[in-house]
Design a protein around this ligand. Structure first.
Ligand code: ATP
Ligand code: MG
Length: 301
């Protein structure tokens, strides 16, 4: 299938899940089990579409790398077991590792806490020509830190800066930071993998029952379920305040992994296709050099 057609399909597929005007966003309007009417019988076709999407993504990344103007930052946020790791692994499986880096952000270290919260993320922003993936990000500063105020205490902020407006202040700074990146040619796309509480429970039980998945299980993840409603409220507020047309959120249904991956791939294709990617054209001097080299190669054994 022509790349152009794949790009058009990707745009259509990602569109229902894109939030570019936070003001109107309500989490309840998004169903974690949504598959746009596709059933498990369509799974093989979805997998084929994903494979095709991954090929297209590789072609676009090749141009991104060669052109060396734009950078792409993809941010993944989700509750535990929503499938962040799997989505990243599958969607990026076809891209050239030289032009792609994944960074995971866990609880901040002592050194991290000795800095402003964007510091550790800024250090690993993608180069031009690269795709940078953040597995969790500075958005945790408005999620886990909001749900657990004791983390805020550990941040050593001057007390007079920790007031009622701290979350609004953070949203404003994040919007400003992402606008700054966008104006510098580093585009930002954000993914909330939206899993239901019921499906999360099923996946945790699977991690307990299945010896190959035991390593993934953590009791603290189960304890975090107690705060489910607080997390959902924090996610909703975060998306309302930080979804913009320049750096939209995608609220991706995450109860069916095959569907999640197709939507993420589609959104990444759409993002890359929105850039004016092209291989650099060489000038007359370079053409002369190529011609001379061709002649030299052909004239000898
Ligand atoms: P997985 O469980 O799939 O391996 P993960 O992303 O959940 O991946 P974990 O090692 O379980 O990784 O833990 C990351 C933890 O770090 C999360 O609970 C997250 O909320 C926490 N974290 C991330 N950023 C911050 C932050 N700025 N402040 C406090 N906690 C944070
Ligand atoms: Mg975890």
């Amino acid at each position: 299938m022509a790349v152009k057609k794949t790009i058009n399909i990707a745009r259509e597929l990602a569109e229902p899940f894109r939030v570019s005007n936070g003001g109107k966003f309500r989490l309840k309007d998004f169903d974690p089990g949504d598959t746009l009417g596709l059933t498990s019988e369509d799974k093989p076709r979805a997998k084929e579409a994903l494979a095709l999407g991954i090929e297209t993504l590789a072609e676009l990344q090749d141009k991104l790398y060669a052109q060396d103007h734009w950078g792409v930052l993809l941010i993944f946020q989700a509750m535990d077991a929503a499938g962040k790791d799997g989505a990243i692994k599958h969607v990026m499986s076809g891209v050239n590792p030289q032009g792609c880096e994944v960074n995971s952000f866990k609880a901040p270290s002592a050194e991290d806490l000795d800095h402003d919260y964007l510091w550790r993320c800024m250090k690993v922003l993608p180069n031009r020509g690269h795709i940078g993936i953040f597995n969790r990000s500075y958005y945790e500063e408005t999620l886990v830190v909001r749900v657990h105020p004791e983390y805020l205490v550990k941040q050593k902020l001057p007390p007079k800066l920790v007031g009622k407006s701290i979350w609004q202040d953070r949203f404003q700074d994040i919007r400003g930071f992402e606008r700054y990146l966008t104006r510098n040619g580093i585009i930002v796309r954000k993914f909330f993998l939206h899993v239901s509480k019921k499906e999360q429970k099923r996946r945790f039980l699977d991690r307990i029952e299945n010896p190959e998945k035991n390593w993934k299980f953590s009791s603290t993840d189960v304890a975090e379920r107690e705060h489910w409603d607080d997390y959902m409220a924090a996610y909703e507020d975060m998306i309302q305040n930080t979804a913009t047309s320049d750096s939209p959120w995608y609220v991706v249904p995450a109860d069916n992994k095959w569907f999640t991956r197709v939507v993420v791939a589609a959104a990444v294709i759409d993002a890359l296709a929105s850039l004016d990617l092209a291989y650099p054209k060489v000038g007359p001097d370079k053409l002369k050099e190529l011609d001379a080299a061709r002649r030299l190669l052909l004239s000898k054994k």
